[in-house]
Design a protein around this ligand. Structure first.
Ligand SMILES: Cc1cc2nc3c(=O)[nH]c(=O)nc-3n(C[C@H](O)[C@H](O)[C@H](O)COP(=O)(O)OP(=O)(O)OC[C@H]3O[C@@H](n4cnc5c(N)ncnc54)[C@H](O)[C@@H]3O)c2cc1C
Length: 291
């Protein structure tokens, strides 16, 4: 049954300090709400647990982009539409552009935020594979201070995160790829647009001479959390572009994933398709220009 609005309270602090004080006074009592595109689905279904909402939209400290030569730092309230307007995102992080374009329809892209996508912690979300491929870090803030966590260590288990009840995600920081790189993003869904992924793979490879010196592969929809394909990465790193061990990597990635059967796809489908998309990525990587 649909929730009853008067049962809910909302506060909209104007500063980060005010929001953190409220959260510290009663840890877990306040549910942060950013764009509301995940939370309002729960609300409509009568499944929104917390009765006190903390509207983050007025907190300017959670907005803005800091662009320096080494990295890009994005406020957690950045929407998909705002991401797509950023030249530096297109220049350095094309997989993030593809993730944003693959997310929902325009209305969702206008309201949904990167921070919300991270903390909603759906294994099928579209930005996490790209954030993993780019070695992102997240800044967590509370009245106790601030800490940076490597994004690949943030998701602990299904919907469990390294995030205390009094903490907010403030910023997402991405190191800018240096030198020659290869970027790949593919979301496999029932159709091209407005579908939840069955398998999602993002990759970034650094190439020096004719050798892949570093490879990061982020996967979605194939485990309880978005995760790095570390076994597959290890098989490929250090190998020459014209001798990439595609079949070995395809076998190795099965060690990385633990898909389930659900209404969108079977576990077997996800295993086969993950291997196929990885093979597609490596085939394209093998053809990457070397001059
Ligand atoms: C029709 C529809 C289509 C969608 N399509 C896609 C899709 O294709 N791909 C996809 O990945 N997602 C999709 N989504 C899900 C959703 O739009 C995204 O996950 C979005 O990024 C959530 O952001 P938000 O700001 O709206 O989050 P909210 O709903 O405001 O919050 C989501 C969660 O994050 C928490 N939270 C938000 N911000 C912070 C913060 N700064 N610090 C701590 N906690 C925080 C909230 O408490 C809540 O638990 C879709 C949703 C709908 C309704």
């Amino acid at each position: 049954m649909r929730s009853f609005l008067p049962d809910y309270a909302i506060q909209a602090p104007g500063t980060l300090a005010e929001a953190l004080r409220l959260m510290a006074a009663e840890p877990g009592a306040w549910t942060p709400i950013a764009g509301g595109t995940d939370l309002m689905v729960l609300f409509n279904a009568g499944r929104l647990q917390g009765r006190r909402l903390l509207d983050l939209s007025r907190i300017y400290e959670l907005r803005g982009i800091e662009d320096d030569p080494a990295r890009l730092s994005l406020g957690s309230l950045i929407t998909y539409t705002e991401l797509l307007e950023q030249r530096a995102v297109h220049q350095f992080f094309p997989n993030l552009v593809k993730s944003a374009r693959a997310t929902g329809a325009l209305a969702i892209q206008n309201r949904g935020t990167l921070g919300g996508n991270i903390v909603n912690a759906s294994p099928a979300a579209d930005t996490p594979p790209s954030l993993l491929a780019y070695g992102a870090e997240v800044q967590l803030v509370s009245v106790r201070g601030s800490r940076w966590v490597a994004y690949d260590a943030f998701h602990l288990d299904y919907k469990k995160m390294d995030l205390a009840p009094d903490e907010l995600v403030a910023r997402i920081r991405l190191p800018k790829p240096q030198g020659r790189g290869f970027h790949f993003y593919r979301k496999v869904g029932t159709r091209q647009a407005q579908a939840i992924s069955k398998v999602c793979l993002a990759a970034y490879a650094r190439i020096e001479g004719r050798v892949v010196t570093e490879l990061r592969v982020g996967l979605g929809s194939v485990a309880p959390v978005p995760l790095r394909a570390r076994h597959a990465e290890a098989v490929v790193a250090g190998r020459a572009l014209d001798a990439l061990p595609i079949e070995e990597a395809r076998r190795a990635v099965l060690e990385d994933i633990s898909p389930i059967d659900d209404i969108r796809a079977s576990a077997h489908y996800r295993q086969v398709v993950t291997g196929n998309v990885l093979a597609q990525m490596l085939t394209e990587l093998g053809r990457a220009r070397t001059v």
